[in-house]
Design a protein around this ligand. Sequence first.
Ligand code: ADP
Ligand code: MG
Length: 310
Amino acid sequence: MIEIENVVKAYSGTRAVDGVSLVVEPHSICALVGTSGSGKTTLLRMVNRLVEPSAGDIRVDGRSIRSVPAYELRRHMGYVIQGNGLFPHWTIAQNVGTVPRLLGWSKGKIASRVDELLALFQLDPELFRDRMPHQLSGGQRQRVGVARALAAEPDILLMDEPFGALDPVTRSKAQEDLALIQSKFGTTIMLVTHDMEEAIQLGDRIAVMDKGKLLQCEPPAEIIANPATDYVRDLVGTTDRAFRLLSLSRLADHVEPGTAEGDAFNAGMTLRNAYSELLWARRSAAPVEQNGKIIGVITLERLGALAARP
Ligand code: ADP
Ligand code: MG
């Protein structure tokens, strides 16, 4: 758990972070959003003490970060910076093994952890472990950057716009990977992003910052339905909010008894995609299947009702 309490960072009179209090629950993802210059990076870097707060305190699992030497703290927190920050003259294996080496793991243990992580990120270890970063695509380098941050099995992962430079397809793949890995390891994640879509998809909570202040920190559905200020409402966007709400839930949770004609939709499909598919195919309903069994039906009417302001 990360507890940020009344934290301030002042630079020659101006406050980059201005009295922020925020709790990130264990095993959850907190997405930090806000326009450029709102203090997101500064807040994130105070958690691993790359920036020292001017006032306030931050506790990790109940312990003030001031009571832990900074190098020690960072070894237990993964950090992914924008543009991945790989060492260009090190192989992929050396890059991923950076922190385990610092921690004095044996060669064999490092090698097997590196291979495990590469495989997890769909990079065949045989093909990739001895390559140099420039021999990888941008998306692959990004995945190596996240793999490196996870190498020593940190409880906490800090990510600063990790997917910002990726094309939309690679980006959504990277987001899926992250969601999967987070649920596998139960890592607590603070993720800075300027992409509201990404925040809604990945965040258990979204923290909205403006001019150094925290305006709202709540689950995505709550932020969409009840934005605390005009600024938050503008950030969430009004034209898309019905669809954004639909993108938060999956068919499994909204299937109704009954049946319908035609191809079945998978229960893991988001409501948004189901709505789009029905409209596209001029269908008013579809059966829903889970593990090869029809479990009920979803109708256009029901989806329309679920898209309405709660
Ligand atoms: P964000 O990540 O939301 O874009 P930052 O945390 O990088 O915002 O910056 C917040 C504000 O603090 C900006 O106005 C920035 O210019 C200022 N700032 C950040 N780092 C420093 C620094 N080292 N010295 C002076 N001002 C800084
Ligand atoms: Mg930033």
